[in-house]
Design a protein around this ligand. Structure first.
Ligand SMILES: [Zn+2]
Length: 508
């Protein structure tokens, strides 16, 4: 699907009323005249930082080599290119187009939410800082129920991409700060604080009503004024931004729609592994992603008056955050929790029969790899590698190296203290792996005998990280339901805007 041909297919010229002082709106949206599509639901789930290897490792760990994660049972499968663009870059095809091969969550989320490439850290604006409407805004305007669920702060890049417009993702609130909110490389000089693009994201979310159901973390980004603004729009508020009382699972179970706002932690939600290791702590009492997803679907599907469908975004954010930390044990459990949320969506769709379910990621994180049991990685090897030598035909050698054979590799004591299933990199956690340990983390799989323990050479799933940062590889996509076939093959993350917008009848 080419961006240009898709874009030229945009037919009806009704710009969304996203008011800013600059008032720039780059994308035209179709009017919501397509009642045919109105009863349709879209559940869009993404594992932040979930690359191809994350999925395979999750499969091996929890279901075994011959098993399948729930996401892998969806019939349409493809891969998504995720690149970003530089600041002040034009869109692909323009003469001033400048690609950035590795994206962050903000740029990637803006691509699917608004159909444009943008620079890293940008939300709801294009590469030159112009405000672009989001799918959730368009869906809301067309009468759909809308929901946004995340295990991160709800003001963090992925959820914020659907319900805010910001030059810099760090402008989360509660207070405005020029350092966090302005980007003069885009605007030339500081914008007035009345400009939406430098308005704290929490303030935007609390006032624009873009999502009917808002469930996640990040309570400390909101304050008493935000609570008042939410109440005046009719939101049921779980917990209290004014008193900083976090929402509880009991409040969640009793919540009634149509508009619900519940944040269960002042920051990001608690990782599943930490909950399991510390039962009885406040974090352990937080609802899980599958629970949040189930409640959001229940609230939104109950609003089906006059045949309205809904559009729900669900983010498993901690896959990325724990991958940055090189904590494979936590990462694997977050993949499982995310996949359990996919099961909730799939089971709903199986009954509903008119729901497009999409499962994908925004980018890969940390160069996660599954290596052969017993392998010494280059990072921990005394003398990494053999050079490019072909003993059978010296003409194929690119350089004489004098390096030893792979078989002769040994571990460098300074960089390898042995298998340790604890966060790598820096800083080392107390009692965890030394910061300089580049040895693999090992995990038992569903295929291993019961006697095999995590963190031993006998465990058959050997995992390593390349770094603590994102990579530029394509990410997998799985889909089922109406129009799912359009997501097969190789697509770009901006194509998701067209497919989902088309399914909802808000983009043509
Ligand atoms: Zn990340």
């Amino acid at each position: 699907m080419s961006r240009i041909s898709t874009r030229s297919g945009v037919a009806v010229a009704v710009a969304l009323a996203v008011t800013t002082t600059s008032g720039v709106v780059g994308i035209r949206a179709a009017t919501a005249d397509s009642s045919r599509a109105r009863t349709m639901n879209v559940i869009y789930l993404l594992g932040d930082g979930m690359g191809r290897t994350h999925v395979t490792a999750g499969r091996d760990r929890f279901y075994g080599a011959d098993g399948r994660l729930v996401m892998e049972t969806l019939p349409a499968v493809g891969q998504v290119a995720t690149y970003a663009i530089g600041k002040n870059s034009g869109q692909p095809g323009a003469t001033d187009f400048v690609p950035e091969y590795v994206t962050d969550s903000a740029s990637s989320a803006t691509a699917w939410a608004s159909g444009v490439k943008t620079y890293n850290a940008a939300l709801g604006v294009d590469g030159k800082g112009a405000v672009v409407p989001t799918l959730m805004e368009l869906a809301k305007r067309a009468g759909y129920g809308t929901g946004n669920v995340s295990t991160a702060e709800i003001t963090d890049a992925t959820p914020a991409s659907q319900m805010s417009h910001a030059l810099a993702r760090g402008c989360q609130g509660p207070e405005y700060s020029a350092a966090a909110c302005q980007d003069t490389e885009i605007t030339g000089s500081a914008l007035p604080t009345s400009d939406i693009r430098v308005t704290p994201i929490a303030d935007q979310i609390a006032r624009n009503g873009t999502a009917d159901v808002i469930l996640g973390g990040g309570l400390s980004r909101f304050d008493a004024e935000d609570e008042q603004a939410l109440k005046s729009q009719g939101y049921s508020i779980l917990g209290s931004p004014a008193t900083q009382a976090v929402a509880t699972r009991a409040e969640l179970s009793q919540a009634r729609g149509p508009k619900v706002f519940g944040l269960f932690n002042k920051g990001n939600l608690t990782v599943e592994r930490a909950k399991r290791l510390a039962p009885g702590t406040p974090g352990a009492a937080e609802p899980s992603l599958p629970e949040l997803t189930s409640k959001a679907i229940s609230l939104l599907s109950r609003q089906k008056r006059s045949g309205k469908g809904f559009y729900l975004q669900v983010e498993g954010a901690l896959i990325d955050k724990r991958s940055h930390a090189n904590d494979a044990a936590q990462t694997l459990d977050e993949i499982k929790a995310f996949d359990d949320a996919v099961k909730v969506a799939r089971d709903f769709a199986a009954k509903d029969r008119n729901t497009l379910v999409i499962v994908t990621a925004d980018h890969e994180c940390a160069g996660f790899s599954i290596i052969e049991q017993g392998t010494i990685t280059n990072a921990e090897a005394d003398v990494p590698g053999t050079g490019n030598r072909d003993a059978g035909n010296p003409a194929n050698s690119s350089a004489a190296s004098g390096l030893p054979d792979r078989a002769a590799q040994s571990k460098a004591d300074a960089r390898s203290t042995g298998i340790q299933n604890a966060p790598g990199g820096t800083p080392a956690v107390p009692g965890g792996a030394p910061a300089n340990n580049f040895a693999p983390a090992t995990f038992r799989t569903a295929d291993d005998p019961r006697s095999v323990q995590d963190g031993t050479p006998e465990a058959s799933l050997w995992l390593t990280y390349l770094s603590g940062n994102h990579t530029g590889e394509d990410v997998p996509i799985y889909a089922s339901g109406p129009r799912a076939w359009r997501l097969g093959g190789s697509i770009d993350n901006t194509d998701l805007f067209d497919v989902v917008g088309g399914a909802l009848g808000v983009v043509r």
